[in-house]
Design a binder for this molecule. Structure first.
Ligand SMILES: [Zn+2]
Length: 685
């Protein structure tokens, strides 16, 4: 293990079970040359490690691990349990999952097992025990990586029975279950727990009852946690001093990671931005992952050194792109830059997925860029690892709200919670105003401003938290589709936003869904709290709401279908309001505004609450600051095509920073070239 602090972890997935000795020897030299300090293996090697039930073959792995350690490279040893061997699928009929249409699936995919299968869990635990026993004292062992990208939904009879047990524990009685699921609608009364069916029926008109689906998603999350712990507990018991975690798929919706990750020693997630993605989008996902363990540093467990293979059009990474992606993760709180994969596979589903060592070898642009990155990381060492980000503004993101909003039939088919919350995040990001994504369980004491976009599901206690926050002087901002349902998706009677009506001083009477081509004007009334421009555009959904004690800051103007004006009976109704409540303020926004409104509104809220941008800047720059015991580390990434400038001066002083990558002191106005990155250090005074 590393003595003292871990450096930036650099390396990634290596699958040597595919390669001969000569190739592995060549890889070791290349890894050393590239400055790789960590490999993750053997993620998919269960079939090779246990060719028959209970008969293990570890010698080949011993040899590879020894070679790796001879080159001074650490490992996260992976339990290979995301791809079970064929004998396991064949011998035990409960291992393969049953899909939503009731079909038992065939063997041959990865992450393709029932997480509740007793036989799967028993054999997974056994191989985890065998690995722990054999490698617990291996000197290069830096941690344990359990399985890979959990996320299979199974609908087998065993899962149904366990779901019933889960429901009994959660709700106690059949009466409570019927009440929670509101089964009197459509006469779906459940007389006996054994009558519970899984949400498998697909229908063109309606999805299965959303309350049942919601609970099934919670249950699958809990089952997956059990499945993870089944192995993790064995590993932790063998090596209590080493971290244990699993990597989270970049497509993160189906398992509630806010529930899963507290069971891990850190969050590790797989970052695969699509070509052409707004640079703010991966930044937003990093923030969600940082939120999962309340701001603790996390790992980027995978990213691609070059193109992916599974997107519709797999663009190769442009020169310098991977460096910006790697630093963006570090800038937002990651302590690693790990990649899938080190050597490109010869065949199989991912043969065209990028790698450090590609089919074309190592005399390549990508390998050279990887080596350059490795040299920089060596230089940075463990300087900023462990560093945290401080923010006075927060955006609430709730996983179960994500599920519930998108399970709901109506008011629009275009509901996309992630995209919606992203629009609010982007307003902060573009202005380089530090903002935390927070959970509904996060304490609000450290914040001056809390934005809660589309918080449809109001969990017990959260309304009180917001009430107290505003009463004590905080500023809260809520939007359309807020405060509508409880945690079982039962809507509130007495108008939205339910228990927070008095805090926001409004009540919502109806919500109109706009066609994609429809827009509505948002006209500022010109009072305090105004945006600087008078007229803006809204779309998506329009809450028709009434200001009771709130002041109206904007109203709906004319309505348009494309360019053509159309009749609109709610022209003149409030679109944005503010309510004074206790010592604080509560804003309510009725429709999805355009980007310029969003930017001006968020800037206004920040100005009112004293929330500041990190530095004044010019250009398409991304700025963040991580702090640890050494001091502050300011990350500057230039995503633009022209020079950017950062004003490092503070009121009345001109602090000196040290540019760690360029090895020079900087103060005053810092200039950064297009596409470049910098890390500026300022020690504790
Ligand atoms: Zn199952």
């Amino acid at each position: 293990m590393w003595n003292g602090k871990r450096p930036i972890l650099f390396g990634g997935d290596y699958n040597p079970d595919q390669w001969d000795d000569a190739t592995i020897d060549e890889d070791m030299k290349l890894f050393e040359q590239a400055g790789i300090n960590l490999l993750v293996l053997p993620v998919f090697a269960w079939a090779k490690l246990e060719p028959e039930e209970g008969k293990y073959d570890f010698e080949w792995l011993d040899n590879i691990l020894n070679k790796i350690w001879e080159h001074g490279i650490h490992v996260f040893l992976a339990t290979p349990t995301s791809a079970q061997p064929s004998w396991l699928s064949k011998k035990y009929s409960d291992v393969l999952p049953v899909d939503i249409a009731g079909r038992r699936r065939t063997h041959g995919m990865r992450v393709f097992f029932c997480v509740n299968s007793i036989n799967y869990r028993s054999r997974a635990r056994a191989i985890a025990e065998a690995l722990a026993e054999r490698y617990r004292d291996f000197p290069g062992l830096a941690g344990w990586h359990v399985a890979n990208e959990y996320g299979t939904y199974c609908y087998c009879e065993n899962c149904r029975k366990k779901f019933i047990t889960w429901l009994k524990a959660r709700y106690g009685s059949i009466e409570e279950l019927n009440s929670r699921w509101h089964t009197s609608f459509w006469g779906r009364q459940i007389y006996d727990f054994d009558d519970v069916t899984l949400p498998t029926e697909l229908n063109d008109d309606y999805r299965f009852c959303p309350a049942v689906q919601l609970d099934y998603m919670r249950f699958v999350t809990d089952s997956t946690i059990e499945c993870y712990l089944n192995e993790a507990q064995v590993l932790k018991a063998a090596t209590p001093h080493l971290p244990v975690f699993t990597n989270i798929s970049g497509f993160i919706k189906k398992l509630n990671q806010f529930e899963m990750t507290p069971h891990m020693d850190f969050v590790g997630w797989d970052n695969y931005p699509a070509p052409g993605d707004d640079a703010a989008f991966p930044a937003f996902k990093h923030e969600i992952m940082r939120a999962a363990r309340d701001g603790a540093p996390f790992l980027v467990a995978e990213q691609s050194p070059n193109q992916q293979n599974w997107q519709p059009y797999n663009k190769i990474k442009r020169p310098g792109e991977i460096r910006r992606i790697a630093y963006q993760g570090l800038a937002h709180g990651a302590d690693s830059s790990l990649f899938f994969q080190m050597r490109q596979s010869v065949a199989g589903q991912e043969k065209f997925h990028g790698a450090f060592i590609a089919h074309s070898g190592f005399q390549t642009r990508i390998f050279r860029e990887g080596c350059a990155l490795g040299q920089e990381f060596k230089k940075l060492g463990s300087s900023f690892t462990g560093g945290r980000i401080r923010a006075r503004a927060a955006i609430v993101f709730d996983w179960e709200n994500w599920w519930a909003l998108e399970l709901t039939s109506g008011p629009t088919q275009d509901m996309d919670y992630l995209k919606q919350v992203f629009r609010y995040y982007k307003a902060f990001y573009t202005e380089n105003i530090p903002v935390d994504i927070i959970k509904t369980t996060t304490k609000l004491d450290n914040y001056d401003l809390v934005v809660m976009p589309l918080l449809y599901m109001m969990k017990p206690g959260f309304d009180e938290k917001i009430r107290e926050f505003v009463k004590k002087g905080g500023t809260a901002a809520a939007t359309y589709m807020s405060g509508r349902a409880d945690e079982n998706d039962r809507c509130v009677f007495g108008a939205y936003p339910g228990p927070l009506k008095d805090v926001f001083g409004v009540w919502v009477e109806e919500t109109d869904a706009l066609y994609p081509e429809e827009t509505i004007e948002i006209i500022m009334t010109g009072k305090e709290g105004d945006c600087s421009e008078r007229q803006h555009t809204g779309k998506f959904l329009c809450d028709l709401f009434h200001a009771q004690t709130a002041e109206v800051l904007a109203v709906y103007g004319k309505s348009f279908a494309g360019e053509k004006e159309q009749e609109c009976f709610y022209t003149g109704m409030p679109a944005l309001t503010v309510n004074k409540y206790g010592e604080g303020h509560a804003y309510y926004l009725g429709c999805e505004p355009d980007e310029s409104f969003m930017r001006q509104w968020i800037l206004k809220l920040c100005e009112e609450t004293g929330v500041k941008r990190l530095f004044a800047f010019e250009g398409k720059l991304e700025l963040t600051c991580r702090e640890n015991e050494n001091g502050q580390y300011v990350f500057v990434i230039n995503h633009g095509n022209s020079k950017g400038r950062v004003w490092l001066n503070e009121e009345g002083e001109s602090p000196v920073y040290y540019s760690l990558l360029q090895d020079k002191e900087v103060k005053g106005v810092f200039t950064i070239s297009p596409g470049e990155v910098s890390v500026l250090f300022r020690g504790r005074d």
